[in-house]
Ligand binder design. Structure first.
Ligand SMILES: Nc1ncnc2c1ncn2[C@@H]1O[C@H](COP(=O)(O)OP(=O)(O)OC[C@H]2O[C@@H]([n+]3cccc(C(=O)O)c3)[C@H](O)[C@@H]2O)[C@@H](O)[C@H]1O
Ligand SMILES: Nc1ncnc2c1ncn2[C@@H]1O[C@H](COP(=O)(O)OP(=O)(O)OP(=O)(O)O)[C@@H](O)[C@H]1O
Ligand SMILES: [Mg+2]
Length: 249
């Protein structure tokens, strides 16, 4: 059986291969202060000690998230940029909302989700601006549970070049985090997209990562959770595929 250390080593080698095969020079990731990006930051720093970059991008975020991101950076010693994008988000969001209101088509019910997903897409654009300049690949942080449920913003945090931990359940992310040396504070935090005050992944999804992981491992779970997870999976099918186009007429 392959040990966890061997799996990590193989993933680091895979990252090196991705850069080599794409004729790029290194890897970049957004560091949020959460566990998924912490694990990815440790992995890319191992693969490219001199050519890896982490980017902290607060957008009206809880200052604690930035402090946690700095703890990750301090622990894995990755090079980093610290870019507050709040003003940029305000500018785009307010301009759009004002114009929708003027036309009387603004939908208040969707205010929070459009604000939240714009945050993820501004971060994506920022990462690609840096990646273009340094000739780096943008590394995503989605794990198997997030991919299966579609719990990411299409073309936001989902808009990336490679996904090194997409086969890991959330449980496995925790196991890898311990071995890699991710600080305990980060391991202990409740998973959150941090897109609005008090948001946690499990509250929003209405089920738990344990349930999603169990389902992915083929274990029996309560019917209620199974239904929620299968519904999330079905509704997000479009996020895992290329945009559909009509046949040639
Ligand atoms: N059937 C279909 N075929 C093709 N496209 C379809 C479609 N249905 C919707 N769409 C398009 O997709 C859009 C909806 O998808 P999307 O914009 O992603 O928005 P949506 O899935 O509604 O929201 C993103 C979810 O991901 C969560 N999230 C986001 C970012 C980070 C994290 C995290 O864990 O850190 C979590 C967030 O909290 C929220 O629950 C629609 O506006 C429409 O443009
Ligand atoms: N404030 C931020 N600064 C930089 N990157 C961010 C920020 N917020 C989110 N991101 C990026 O979006 C990704 C998706 O967030 P997600 O919450 O799924 O991961 P996480 O925060 O690393 O882990 P967890 O799911 O445990 O909260 C992050 O991994 C990170 O790459
Ligand atoms: Mg998070």
């Amino acid at each position: 059986m392959t040990t966890l250390e061997e799996k990590i080593e193989k993933t680091v080698q895979w990252l090196k291969d991705q850069v080599k095969n794409s004729n790029t020079n290194g890897l970049i990731v957004g560091i949020s202060g959460g566990i998924d990006s912490a694990v990815v930051a440790f992995l890319i720093k191992k693969a490219f000690p001199q050519n890896s970059m982490g980017v902290i991008m607060p957008i009206k975020s809880n200052p604690k998230d930035r402090e946690d991101a700095l703890k990750v950076i301090d622990a894995c010693k990755i090079d980093y940029l610290d870019l507050d994008l709040t003003d940029i988000h305000d500018m785009i969001f307010n301009k759009v909302i004002d114009n929708l209101k003027q036309k009387n088509i603004y939908n208040e019910n969707n205010h929070t989700i459009s604000d939240a997903n714009l945050r993820a897409r501004i971060r994506m654009s920022t990462l690609y601006t840096i990646a273009n300049n340094l000739n780096y690949l943008v590394v995503g942080t989605d794990n198997a549970a997030e991919v299966y449920t579609g719990y990411f913003t299409k073309y936001g945090d989902g808009g990336v070049d490679i996904l090194p931990i997409a086969n890991l359940t959330k449980r496995e992310v925790y196991e890898w985090a311990k071995i890699l040396g991710v600080p305990q504070d980060i391991i202990n935090k409740a998973p959150s997209a941090g897109l609005w005050e008090g948001q946690t992944d499990e509250k929003e999804m209405g089920t738990t990562y344990d349930m999603i992981d169990d389902l992915l491992e083929g274990k029996q779970i309560p019917q209620r959770d199974k239904q929620i997870i299968q519904n999330l999976h079905k509704r997000s099918e479009h996020k895992r595929n290329l945009p559909p186009s009509p046949p040639k007429f």
